[in-house]
Structures are given as structure tokens and as C-alpha cells.
Design a protein around this ligand. Structure first.
Ligand code: ADP
Length: 495
């Protein structure tokens, strides 16, 4: 009974990965599902799609792995964060499609909260900056527009993020629970007290009755319904995707840091039991909660990570595959003075400038596509470097190295440049699916396959370390050029 399975319910696909006790991947299966865009800037998922693709991915991955279902010790859930569902307690039927984290429809709610002077209060209690991204205003919108306040008051409705929704549908006895990491992304949760906040709830007119009970990130919440795999199996962990990945990288010590290079980049730093409030536009969040004790993290994100490479491929046609970017970048010695700032949707932390736009500067008659591709990969690393610098400034401590994962971290040129520009080693693990690994390890802790997180950490194995080779003079020169280029991109769209 030593196999662990992770359900990784993401924004574009539902995945399931089967791990052995040593943290090795035995099988993985992913199923994409449809994105709904009812209006510009609005994004929804059909809850039925989320559920059915997740169950099918689970069945398929287990079948592909060839493991005996009786050997599965536990299942862990990790998920796209902030996405909001409301369903009927009686029937389980959702009252509306899931409103996805990317959806901007509740921006007017945020404008009102900010105009009412609530920004500091929200930041103080939740560690978040007020934004439509988080679940709170999405719940308020559903209750308001569908006229559901009375039903909510009567306790007929349940709110949940995707972890909660899956738990309700997959676990015997239909527990209405969420874990502390997911709760921390609702903008309704006091991360210091680790409880739902009455003042925030009343600000958004959300009755407490619809909220799930908040549990630890590693805790048995019940058994998988037997008809799904033919046997009941403990579901023993839940955590938001970025939190699971921090865990799956075994970043257990204060000051340890990871960066995930997916569509965007997400950098999290473990700050231990200390709640650090950022002066540089970063978020504060619960990294995980074990035995009732929260560990905190600082978080920052880059909007255009691997998506910059997709742009090179799909819009510019400069490469035919993402991996080709590496050879092309290496075919030239440098960018010949070119900088590309992929501010296609504005810039996030530490700039927070929604009016900046994509810019290429420094081109000459000799600039070729290899220079542009190289500048694009370097830009992903420069943006991550800006986050790293912001984290160092907030916590007053320079991490000795940075751990990396995500699809685009497969690009060794980019990882070497990342190390050069940070001036610290960059460590890439064997398993790049650290989000799923984190959920599996948490589940292993939840059922006692691992005695504690230190034992689980030994399952996380580094593969390659990229050592910094650039000297300080050249690093400073490169960053000086980058920051001048960023200045050129800023405020381009006239408000
Ligand atoms: P997500 O989970 O956000 O969908 P993934 O972790 O699957 O993202 O990573 C996919 C992203 O990584 C895509 O944006 C893709 O362009 C980029 N990517 C994949 N392989 C490479 C590579 N070898 N070099 C650079 N970027 C890559």
C-alpha cells in the first residue's frame, strides 16, 4: 500500500499522476477541456467538464500504471486556485458555470471596495491586493446576479474552490471542506488567525453558511467513492497548485524559493511562521498548513512566461516548436543589444503597470530572428529576477539558490541565463511535475506513508544545477539594459 496518486486539476486540463513511494512517476494522464468566453475578459468552465475529465484522468492514469488499486495508499488533490463554484447542497447541481480566476467581470466590485478605502484592510487581513482575480467578489457576483441571498442564508448553497468542489463530489459523505492554502486565495480568509473573516464577509454581503470548513493541507478528509476505482481510497491532501509545487520542491526551510515556468511564472518563497508584508507589490499567502500550524510564503508572478515562447511560435512564426527556441538562442553569442519586454498584458510585480505594452528595443540592421528569440528567453529570466530582487528586499535575506520547475524550465539555455543574471545556482529537479508530486507527498504525510515532511523531502531529487558564470560587472550591465527597456515599455497605453 505505497502508491500515491495526485489529481492536478488545472486551468486547461485535468491531470492524474501515479507515483511510487520513492517519488518516481509511474503514469500520467491529462485531459483538456473547453474554455468558455461569454464576453471579452470573462472566463468560465463547465463544472461537469471539470468533474468528468478529472475522474477519467484518474481512471486512465491508474490503468496505465498497471498498479493494483489495493496498493494505492492515498490520493492528493491540487488545483487551479481562486476559481469559484456555487452548488446546491441538496442536489450538488451548480447554480452557474465556474467563474475562472482569469475572469475580470467583478472588477467593478473591486473598484468600489478600493473607493470605500478598504484596500489596506483587505491587505492586512488576507495578504492579498484587492483584485477580481480572487474568489470573494466572484461569490458576491453570483449571489447578487442570480438573486441567491435568501437561499444562501437558509444554508441551501455551498461555495467552493475547485479542491472543495472535487472533495464534495469525489468523497463519500460529501464533506464541504477546503484547505488553508485555497482559503487564503478567496480574499475572505484571515491568514493570521486562519479563519473566515466576518468583516470581509459582511463587506461583500456573503453569508458564512455557504463557506466550507477549512482543513489542513495534509489530512484525511474521507474516502474516494468506491465506484470510481472499485475501492474506497483515502483522500488525504488538498493544496492550491503553487503551494503544492513549493512543497513538491521540498522548500521546507525559511528562505527557500521556487519558480515555476509555465504559461506565466510563479515564484514563492517560504517565510516560515513569519507573515511578511510586502513593500514591493508581492502577495502574502499560506504556503501550507500541517497539524494546524500554518507556514507562510511570499508570492509574485510574471504574466508572460512560457506564453512569450508560444507567441514567438504562433503569432510571429519565428520557431516551429517551443524547444527550438533553445537551439536558436544558442546559435548567437548574445542578443546584440536587443531587449524584448513581453508586457503584452501589462506588467505585474514589482511594476504593476497595466498600461505598459510589449516592446523590442536596441535593434539594428544586423538584428536577426535568433537575437529576438534569445531576447525573449532572456526576458523571462529578467522578469523572474525582478521578482527575486523584490523578495530579497522584503525579507532581507538572499536565498542561496533557486529551485525551478514547469514546462519551460526544460529550456537549459534559459535556466543557465537565469542563474547568471541572479548570481545564484538554479536547481532543476528530476520530476518537473512538482505540483503533482507535492500533492502526492502531502497525501503520503496525511496517511502516514511518510512520518513527516523531512522524510517526504527525500523523495525530491535534484537533477541539474546551473551555476552562475557571469561576473558582477556584466550582470549589472545586463540588468541596467533590461530596466531601461522596461522603462520604454511603460505607460504606453494612454488611459
Ligand atoms: P501550464 O501548466 O501553464 O500550461 P506548462 O508547465 O505545461 O504550463 O508549460 C508550458 C509552457 O512552457 C508553454 O507556454 C510553452 O511555450 C513553454 N515551453 C515548453 N517547453 C519549452 C522550452 N523547451 N523552452 C521554452 N519554453 C517552453
Amino acid at each position: 500500500m505505497r502508491i500515491l496518486v495526485a489529481l492536478d486539476q488545472g486551468t486547461t486540463s485535468s491531470r492524474a499522476i501515479v507515483f511510487d513511494q520513492e517519488g518516481r512517476t509511474l503514469a500520467a494522464h491529462a485531459i483538456e477541456f473547453k474554455q468558455h468566453y461569454p464576453q471579452p475578459g470573462w472566463v468560465e468552465h463547465d463544472p461537469e467538464d471539470i468533474l468528468s475529465t478529472q475522474i477519467e484522468a484518474l481512471r486512465k492514469a491508474v490503468e496505465m500504471s498497471g498498479v493494483d488499486v489495493r496498493d494505492i495508499a492515498a490520493i492528493g488533490i491540487t488545483n487551479q486556485r481562486e476559481t469559484t463554484l456555487v452548488w446546491e447542497k441538496e442536489t450538488g447541481r451548480c447554480v452557474h458555470n465556474a467563474i475562472v480566476w482569469q475572469c475580470r467581470r467583478t472588477a467593478p466590485y473591486i473598484e468600489k471596495l478600493v473607493a470605500d478605502g478598504k484596500a489596506d484592510l483587505i491587505k492586512e487581513k488576507t495578504g492579498l491586493v484587492p483584485d477580481a482575480y480572487f474568489s470573494g467578489t466572484k461569490i458576491a457576483y453570483l449571489l447578487d446576479t442570480l438573486n441567491l441571498h435568501e437561499r444562501a442564508q437558509r444554508g441551501e448553497l455551498c461555495f467552493g474552490t475547485v479542491d472543495s468542489f472535487l472533495a464534495w463530489h469525489l468523497v463519500d459523505g460529501r464533506p464541504h471542506v477546503t484547505d488553508a492554502t485555497n482559503a487564503s486565495r478567496t480574499m475572505l480568509f484571515n491568514i493570521e488567525k486562519q479563519e473566515w473573516d466576518d468583516e470581509l464577509l459582511s463587506m461583500l454581503n456573503i453569508p458564512k453558511q455557504i463557506l466550507p470548513t477549512v482543513v489542513d493541507s495534509a489530512q484525511v478528509i474521507g474516502n474516494l467513492r468506491a465506484e470510481i476505482l472499485g475501492r474506497p481510497i483515502p483522500i488525504a491532501a488538498m493544496a492550491g497548485d503553487q503551494h503544492a509545487s513549493l512543497f513538491g520542491q521540498a522548500c521546507f526551510e525559511t528562505g527557500m524559493i521556487k519558480n515555476t515556468y509555465g504559461t506565466g511564472c510563479f515564484m514563492l518563497m517560504n517565510t516560515g511562521d513569519q507573515l511578511i508584508r510586502s513593500n514591493n507589490g508581492l502577495l502574502t499567502t499560506t504556503a501550507w498548513r500541517l497539524d494546524g500550524k500554518p507556514t507562510y510564503a511570499l508570492e509574485g508572478s510574471v504574466f508572460m512566461g512560457g506564453a512569450t515562447v508560444q507567441w514567438l511560435r504562433d503569432e510571429m512564426g519565428l520557431i516551429s516548436s517551443a524547444s527550438e527556441s533553445e537551439q536558436l538562442a544558442e546559435s548567437v553569442n548574445d542578443t546584440a543589444g536587443v531587449f524584448l519586454v513581453p508586457a503584452f498584458t501589462g506588467l505585474g510585480a514589482p511594476y504593476w503597470d497595466m498600461y505598459s505594452r510589449g516592446t523590442i528595443v536596441g535593434m539594428t540592421r544586423g538584428t536577426n530572428k535568433a537575437h529576438i528569440v534569445r531576447a525573449a528567453l532572456e526576458a523571462i529570466a529578467y522578469q523572474s529576477c525582478d521578482l527575486f530582487t523584490a523578495m530579497v528586499a522584503d525579507c532581507g535575506h538572499r536565498p542561496p539558490h533557486m529551485q525551478v520547475d514547469g514546462g519551460a524550465s526544460a529550456n537549459s539555455f534559459m535556466m543557465q541565463f537565469q542563474s547568471d543574471i541572479l548570481g545564484v545556482p538554479v536547481v532543476r529537479p528530476m520530476v518537473l511535475e512538482t505540483t503533482a508530486l507535492g500533492a502526492a507527498l502531502l497525501a503520503g504525510i496525511g496517511v502516514g506513508v511518510y512520518a513527516n515532511k523531512e522524510e517526504a523531502a527525500s523523495m525530491v531529487k535534484p537533477d541539474l544545477t546551473f551555476m552562475p558564470h557571469m561576473d558582477q560587472y556584466n550582470r549589472d550591465l545586463a540588468l541596467y539594459g533590461w530596466h531601461r527597456a522596461v522603462e520604454r515599455s511603460r505607460g504606453w497605453v494612454e488611459a
